[in-house]
Ligand binder design. Structure first.
Ligand code: MG
Length: 257
């Protein structure tokens, strides 16, 4: 577009091109947030077919250097809880609180499988809700989204409250879904300023739904996220949101920064 020359300088000022003397931020500015938290007008992810379970099975086997957190029969890798172990899976006990790993992790590859309860009941955020909290603070949402819509940043595979999954490959309740979460832990300066944001890539049933998304802060509900300094490693949390979501085959490969 060609602009009259009289408009060019004022436009440059408006775009901040004359602001070269501003102080350097601790980390590059986050991309402008286009949508409000849980914005109902935000476009929802479109359902797509998941990769076939047979195609995912081989990659679901823990590699030799993985820390296995649940292989099907006991909860010894987790702090005491009222969650139940049944035939090869663990299940949320409503009002039982989060399930918290004994071991702490920082940057890592986390694999787990989950399935929403049947018979299906509730709708929106009240259907098969749980969550995977990296460092106990950064949530990848778990939700039964099969024929169940909600606000975009609350879909399964969302960086909850921040970034919707790119698409929606959720299987129906009663079928197992896989998450492969590649997480980069954040870093903070001594004064608590974030110097490197937490970032995440997520394969949901083999489909990329987050690709190097940088969290804008700790996961929250109905609030704008902010960073609050915390240790570089912390336990993994699985959320009790009142629904009997099941998990199995949980392992972590710690990754170097
Ligand atoms: Mg949740």
């Amino acid at each position: 577009m060609s602009l009259p020359s009289t408009l060019r300088i004022p436009l440059a000022l408006l775009l901040g091109l004359a602001g070269a003397h501003a102080a350097e931020p601790a980390a590059p500015p986050a991309p402008a947030v286009e949508w409000a938290v849980h914005d109902p007008a935000r476009p929802r992810p479109v359902p797509v077919p998941p990769r076939p379970a047979e195609a995912l099975a081989a990659l679901s086997t823990p590699p030799a250097d993985a820390v296995v957190l649940f292989a099907g029969d006991d909860l010894t890798a987790w702090r005491p809880s009222s969650w139940t172990v049944r035939e090869g899976y663990i299940e949320v006990t409503p009002k039982g609180g989060s399930l918290v790993s004994r071991q702490s992790f920082g940057s890592c590859h986390l694999h787990l499988e989950w399935r929403a309860p049947t018979p299906v009941s509730g709708q929106g955020q009240k259907r098969g809700n749980s969550g995977v909290f990296l460092l106990g603070r950064y949530e990848i949402q778990v939700l039964d989204n099969h024929e169940n819509t909600t606000y975009a940043d609350g879909y399964a595979g969302a960086a909850y409250g921040q970034n919707p999954p790119r698409v929606d490959p959720c299987r129906p309740a009663g079928e197992w879904n896989t998450y492969d979460i590649f997480f980069r832990a954040p870093r903070f300066a001594a004064d608590g300023t974030v110097t490197r944001r937490a970032a995440v890539t997520v394969l949901f049933n083999g489909v990329p739904v987050q690709t190097n998304f940088e969290f804008t802060g700790l996961s929250t509900h109905k609030k704008s996220p902010v960073y609050v300094a915390h240790p570089t490693v912390a336990p993994l949390h699985l959320q009790d949101h009142g629904d009997r979501v099941r998990f199995r085959n949980i392992w972590v490969v710690p990754l170097a920064d």
